[in-house]
Ligand binder design. Structure first.
Ligand code: M6R
Length: 609
């Protein structure tokens, strides 16, 4: 939520900051702003709307300066407006912020009493005033920042500029992500890598409770008491082009089509096809440790939560270990029933989701080991976990998560087979069958994606419907939830996911010709049951769209429309059945003219509670 960029070096800062903001726009996009230090003084521009509106505003002027800050906002305190957009200024101090200041009301009252005047409704503005207040009392820029951040409660990634200290910027991280890129006579910091990658691959992910004093030639790292910390940037071998659209109309479409590659990358060097083994040594999940695990507990949000729900079916089947799945925002306020015999698995594409982070901290406190499945390397959740399995799916820019989901599922299959083998629950022969199935999935996905035209035809038929019901049973139930989530978040069409066996207990009352009912009806242990559910909807004149792999005509005859999925072991069907549902949501949204990659009210990475 919110994206920050700071640049200090020898080049013009404005184009670098605007480019960085465009790359971070997925984090928030209700308003944006820049502050550039020029020879003629500070130029501060803010605009409600998308980055293109800010570009329209600053494009009319010449703003030359080699130091600057930028921000793209997802509103928490104060509605989206020019006044509430960042950067915020108090005298010579300029601040951009990602996070929430929980004690801002108290601090604002104190500062008002000391003669400060506020121009916005934001929590952020008090930070600029607080620092200004300390500077006015005679403290240096650095000491004023240190004193101020120690007065703040909440989460904050900050970029701070002091016009009287033009040779430096200060970055602060507490519970909101911040990465520093180390260039040649220039340095850049941002909320996420894509803003930095065009300039350097040498980066440092700041830890919570750290401050960076950044000049064009140096980076000094401190803790909140001002004590120096070592500065050890790492080289990240990522091509910036992977964060661009590459000929696709939207990032979402590109990312859907990247799935065969993304899941291959998740399997690479872990699925040893010749030996028919899974190698997860990198995550340190040793047999002795796994033998001691009596429960597994997934914590995650949104799409990652749906991966966890699917994971319950996979892991229970392959390992016999009972699995719980919790929405992280619920789990974090529960009294957790876990201990050192529980493996908590956090799933998070970004590795920065505030609720998931809080959930693993709580689980850790109660003695659980933490394994995280993350996409973003060195993200906070990854760093705070005992074990990490990266999905290596490449940057996911579209707010709607697609390739993250399928690569998370692959990570879960690998973990499940590995645990199943380590604890002797599955035989070498069974593992080998699972492995054979896994390696076929990328090409099956490729074939599915070649049928996009069929999905476009479906989308045309149903794009104007205002309500959808998605139904699945067994392992297809989480797929129904995820299919419905995709549709609602990018098309704003009401869509509900439900276990098909439950419709008699309520939702069947909704069935009519205006509400398409999407069935995920795959071969397996509940196939006959879901066929009965389709019959029940049909008997009530429901409008049925089926996604099935049965190949016989039963389901097709009952359906108004259908899409044929490839046949595969039931346990692996979610990874195939979700893809046409992603495409359906995508094309319905495109036909309805919504902003597919940046749907209203959402942000890619939910770093606030
Ligand atoms: O980065 P995370 O996987 O932790 O994000 C979790 C959710 O915020 C995310 O999946 C969200 O639900 C997406 N918009 C779904 O498409």
């Amino acid at each position: 939520m919110c994206g920050i960029v700071g640049y200090i070096g020898k080049r013009h800062a404005l184009p670098i900051i605007l480019d960085g903001l465009k790359r971070l726009e997925y984090r928030g996009y209700d308003s944006s702003g820049v502050a550039i230090l020029t020879d003629a003084g500070l130029v501060l521009k803010r605009k409600k709307g998308k980055i293109k509106d800010l570009v329209g505003l600053v494009g009319q002027e010449t703003i030359n300066g080699t130091t600057g800050l930028g921000h793209t906002r997802w509103a928490t305190h104060g509605k989206p407006s020019d006044e509430n957009a960042h950067p915020h200024r108090a005298g010579d101090v300029v601040v951009v912020h990602n996070g929430i200041i929980e004690n801002y009301t108290e601090l604002r009252a104190v500062l008002k009493g000391r003669g400060h005047h506020f121009k916005s409704e934001t929590d952020t503005e008090i930070i600029a005033h607080l620092i200004e207040d300390h500077i006015k009392s005679g403290e240096s820029f650095e000491l004023a920042v240190l004193a101020s951040i120690n007065q703040l409660k909440g989460s904050f990634a900050l970029g701070i500029m002091h016009t009287k200290s033009p040779d430096r910027l200060i970055a602060v991280r507490e519970a909101s992500p911040l990465v520093i890129g180390f260039g040649n006579t220039e340095n850049i910091f941002a909320s996420d890598m894509p803003a930095i990658l065009p300039y350097t691959n040498n980066m440092l992910f700041m830890n919570d409770g750290t401050v960076a004093v950044i000049t064009a030639d140096s980076v000094k790292l401190l803790d909140f008491t001002g004590s120096p910390l070592p500065v050890n940037p790492k080289h990240f071998d990522i091509n910036p082009a992977t964060a661009e659209k590459g000929g696709y109309k939207h990032f979402m479409q590109k990312e859907i089509f990247e799935q065969p590659q993304a899941i291959t990358d998740t399997m690479r060097d872990r699925l040893l096809f010749d030996k028919k083994e899974i190698d997860l040594n990198e995550a340190g999940l040793e047999g002795k440790l796994l033998h001691a695990m009596k429960r597994i507990n997934f914590v995650a949000c949104g799409t990652s939560y749906h991966a966890g729900l699917t994971g319950k079916y996979i892991i229970e089947e392959m390992t016999g270990i009972p699995v719980d799945v919790d929405v992280a925002s619920e789990f974090r306020y529960k009294t957790p029933l876990l201990g050192n015999e529980t493996l908590t698995i956090a799933i998070s594409q970004s590795g920065e989701t505030a609720d998931t982070l809080a959930a693993i901290r709580l689980a850790k406190k109660h003695g659980s080991r933490i394994l995280s499945i993350c996409n973003v390397i060195d993200s906070t959740i990854a760093r705070e976990s005992d074990h990490v399995l990266y999905t290596h799916a490449g940057p996911e820019i579209s707010v709607a998560s697609t390739k993250a989901f399928t690569s998370q599922l692959i990570a879960i299959y690998l973990i499940a087979i590995h645990i199943g083998r380590s604890i002797g629950r599955i035989s070498k022969q069974q593992a080998s069958l699972y492995i054979d199935t896994l390696v076929t999935i990328p090409s099956l996905l490729d074939n599915l994606l070649k049928q996009e035209d069929k999905i476009i035809a479906l989308a045309k038929e149903y794009a104007k419907c205002s309500d959808f019901l998605y139904l699945g049973r067994g392992i297809s139930y989480p797929v129904a939830l995820e299919g419905a989530l995709k549709l609602k978040e990018i098309s704003y069409i009401h869509a509900e996911g439900y276990p098909a066996g439950e419709i008699k207990h309520g939702p069947i009352a909704l069935v009519n010709r205006d509400m398409p009912v999407v069935f995920i009806a795959v071969k397996g242990r509940v196939f006959e049951k879901i066929k009965n559910n389709i019959e029940e909807v049909k008997a009530r004149d429901g409008r049925i769209i089926s996604f099935t792999n049965t190949g016989n005509n039963d389901i097709q005859n009952l359906s108004d429309s259908f899409f044929l999925l490839p046949e595969i072991d039931e346990l692996f069907t979610p990874i195939l059945s979700i893809v046409p549902l992603q495409l359906l949501a995508y094309h319905i949204a495109v036909m309805n003219g919504t902003d597919v990659d940046q749907p209203k009210n959402l942000a890619k990475s939910v770093t606030v509670e």
